[in-house]
Ligand binder design. Structure first.
Ligand code: PLP
Length: 402
């Protein structure tokens, strides 16, 4: 028998709900029509598409006509960031975002800078929170767009999106939130009209990969990002991914039906796991906010280790976790998020993230803690930095005893 897989990387992606897979299947085969067609078969696909739109809209208090399906959360983010300036021509070219956004927003902002926009990257506090005061100080007369994420993927911190959106809206500025991590986990609502755009993605909530949506408030005349046919009210061209969208709507239905119950369960597992790690492994710190964090999200920096090394060793035990670092061209850069919350580079290198979900059990977490204790002890025993530190600590303690 193969070893058990312990999946603790739900922030990266999630297994699909069986019922979402089942809901999708007919739209690959007998209901394969193109929703833009004029015949009955096409009409069935069109109906499935519009029913899905209605269902998704209801999850955030939007109207169906404010939901535009995209090919990913990344596309939704790019659309919002790269076209928002065009709907306020003459007002200015200033964008405000934060240093801890996902690269889908950050790299889109950098592309806008290269095209002549001005971008302010807000620094969060040490918990990763962007305060309303920080945002207000950065607003200028030419600010057109504010884009702040609902919750951070690396450190789990939940941002005060309702307050940030209200502050931007009050000054006549469009507010976009990348809710890819927050959607389905937090009670997000666009009902008060302060959020102009919101991005989400299906594969983070038990839906399929390659489907997302952008909510665009009905008064915002956001131009097209993908040009071509007349789909999505001429705003997002390309034949709709009908099976994917149907799977997204089913996953949303299942997720939202038990959202509060899931939140309670995952918070409990998270706090149990964090408590054990912090009390049983020395020289470790929690990254992100202890209170305002996503349910099921536990992220740490372990001193004197490389997060990547720990991940490889966990993998040999069948445990899937992730680090906060982006591996580029063979060089491991410390994560931009951990650097932005003020962690020194050597500490940021020890990042390991565990994210929990539907299949996570207390037994899996207990096993993971035991493996982590052993692995971290073994890695530190090989570290010259740890040996030097331990020697210093010992002589300090000895001195105290004398
Ligand atoms: N934004 C955040 C905060 C994310 O965590 C992710 C995915 O990890 C994305 C955007 C990108 O979403 P997608 O994988 O659907 O492109």
């Amino acid at each position: 028998m193969g070893k058990q897989l312990i999946y603790l990387d739900y922030a990266a992606t999630t297994p699909m709900y069986d019922k979402a897979v089942e809901a999708m299947l007919p739209y690959f085969s007998e209901q394969f029509g193109n929703p833009s067609g004029q015949y009955t078969l096409a009409g069935k696909a069109k109906r499935a598409l519009e029913d899905s739109r209605k269902q998704i809209a209801a999850t955030i208090g939007a109207r169906p006509e404010e939901i535009y399906f995209t090919g990913s959360g990344t596309e939704a983010d790019n659309w919002a960031v790269k076209t928002a300036l065009q709907c306020c021509r003459g007002k200015g070219k200033h964008i405000i975002t934060s240093k801890i956004e996902h690269h889908a927003v950050l790299h889109a902002c950098e592309a806008m800078e290269a095209a002549g926009a001005r971008v302010t990257y807000l620094t969060p506090d040490e918990d990763g929170v962007i305060s309303v005061e920080t945002l207000q100080r950065a607003i200028r007369p030419d600010t057109v767009l504010v884009s702040i994420m609902a919750a951070n993927n690396e450190i789990g911190t939940i941002e005060p999106v309702a307050e940030l959106a209200a502050a931007a809206h009050k000054r006549g500025i469009l507010f976009h939130t990348d809710a890819v991590q927050g959607y389905g986990k937090l009670p997000l609502s666009v009902e008060d009209g302060t959020i102009a755009m919101l991005s989400a993605s299906a594969h983070k909530i038990g839906g399929p990969k390659g489907v997302g949506f952008l909510y665009v408030r009905r008064d915002v005349r956001l131009p097209s990002f993908i040009h071509g046919g007349a789909q999505e009210k001429r705003r997002r061209a390309g034949t709709e991914n009908v099976p994917g969208i149907v799977g997204f709507a089913k996953a949303a239905e299942l997720t939202f039906a038990r959202r509060e119950e899931t939140e309670k369960r995952e918070k409990k597992l998270r706090d149990y796991f964090i408590g054990r790690v912090l009390s049983e492994i020395p020289y470790v710190r929690l990254t992100g906010s202890a209170q305002d964090r996503l349910p099921g999200h536990a992220s740490f920096c372990f001193q004197f280790i490389e997060g990547e090394t720990v991940l490889i060793m966990l993998d040999t035990d069948g445990i899937c976790a992730s680090s906060g670092s982006a591996c580029t061209t063979g060089q491991t850069e410390p994560s931009h998020v951990l650097t932005a919350i003020g962690l020194p580079e050597d500490v940021a290198h020890g990042a390991v993230r565990f994210t929990m979900g539907r299949g996570t059990t207390k037994e899996q977490l207990d096993f993971t803690v035991e493996r982590m204790k052993e692995i971290i002890g073994r890695v530190r025993a090989m570290s010259p930095y740890y040996a030097g530190f331990a020697a210093k600590e010992n002589s300090r303690t000895d001195g105290g005893n004398r």
